[in-house]
Design a binder for this molecule. Structure first.
Ligand code: G3H
Ligand code: 13P
Ligand code: NA
Ligand code: ZN
Length: 328
């Protein structure tokens, strides 16, 4: 059944677990997520970016999610729009039937330029007024996502601030978060706590204090009824990097956010954990390996099945680690 983000995350908060929010672009990702959720009896958040809409087309994307709901009627599914760049984009998604939208007013509508406070409050508040009138939830974002190691957003294409960022922008201020929620009434708030989008988050193995846990605690204390969202939460599995590079790929040494750190964040109020890169890496690795191991094969379903299985296993591991198994 289709369910709003507010309903899903209220349940997660009440029962102290976190939910992965997986990005979806194609059939294989959708199947992987649903097979994992079905196996683990977990609720689902699927999110579609502007890039996904460009790739699959809005009608295909929408019907892919609706098909998942039809095939797995016992699983609650939130259909969320990732990184909306304007109230107009969010309005369009609401018309398409999304049950949740993200208005990312931390960046201007080019998706690159850090926006000021008044802009963010204005676009977010307008989106909340519109969405709540339709029973749709809203996620806002305060602070600019970027690596504390490099001071950059890490993503070359897609959503991410340009240039080197001021260190103070990279951690969301708790007092500002309280003020922002009071002015906008968002259901969920994405906070900057040391993560960045994409595969290149950290150049050295994480030492165990990658996330600003104290900051998460302080923000959660100020806004206990607003669900905290962590973007850039891929763990960048080293085993999949190895497979990719073993079978013809060329990905330099890089690290993500360890699952244990995410679990620590969930203990202190993080409820929605955005993951895209991990499924991309697993999918690419599985396809490269399947193609290399059977060069005579030309039925793409064989490669795509390997991709689906690899992504499904990542989803299963995240549902389990975040405490979402058995909560559907
Ligand atoms: O926030 C970024 C997500 O990973 C979506 O990426 O814009 O390339 O679809 P994308
Ligand atoms: P990753 O690139 O770490 O998977 O983050 C995805 C994300 O935040 C989507 O909004
Ligand atoms: Na989002
Ligand atoms: Zn994101």
């Amino acid at each position: 059944a289709l369910i709003s983000l507010r309903q899903l995350l209220d349940h997660a908060a009440e029962h102290s677990y976190g939910l992965p929010a997986f990005n979806v672009n194609n059939l294989e990702q959708m199947r992987a997520i649903m097979e994992a959720a079905d196996k683990m009896d977990a609720p689902v958040i699927v999110q579609a970016s502007a890039g996904a809409r460009k790739y699959a087309g809005a009608p295909f994307l929408r019907h892919l999610i609706l098909a998942a709901i039809e095939e797995f009627p016992h699983i609650p599914v939130c259909m969320h729009q990732d990184h909306g760049t304007s109230p107009a984009v969010c309005q369009r998604s609401i018309q398409l039937g999304f049950s949740s939208v993200m208005m990312d007013g931390s960046l201007k509508d080019d998706g690159k330029t850090p926006a000021d406070w008044d802009y963010n409050v204005d676009v977010t508040k307008r989106t909340v007024d519109m969405a709540h009138a339709c029973g749709v939830s809203v996620e806002g974002e305060l602070g600019v996502l970027g690596s504390l190691e490099t001071g950059t957003a890490g993503e070359e294409d897609g959503i991410g601030a340009e240039g080197v960022l001021d260190h103070s922008q990279l951690l969301t201020d708790p007092e500002e978060a309280a003020q922002f929620v009071k002015l906008t009434h968002v259901d969920a708030l994405a906070i900057a706590i040391g993560t960045s989008h994409g595969a290149y988050k950290f150049s050295r193995p994480p030492s165990g204090d990658i996330l600003a846990i104290e900051r998460i605690k302080e923000i959660h204390r100020r806004i206990p009824n607003t669900h905290l969202v962590m973007h850039g939460s891929s763990s960048v599995p080293q085993e999949w990097l190895k497979v990719i590079n073993e079978f013809g790929g060329a990905i330099p040494e890089t690290y993500g956010v360890p699952v244990e750190e995410i679990v620590e964040g969930i203990k202190h109020g993080v409820r929605k954990v955005n993951i895209d890169t991990d499924l991309r890496l697993a999918s690419t690795g599985a396809m490269r390996r399947a193609m290399a191991q059977k060069p005579s094969e030309f039925d793409p379903r064989k490669f795509l099945k390997a991709s689906t299985d690899a992504m499904r296993d990542i989803c299963i591991a995240r549902y389990e680690a975040f405490g979402a198994a058995g909560q559907a």
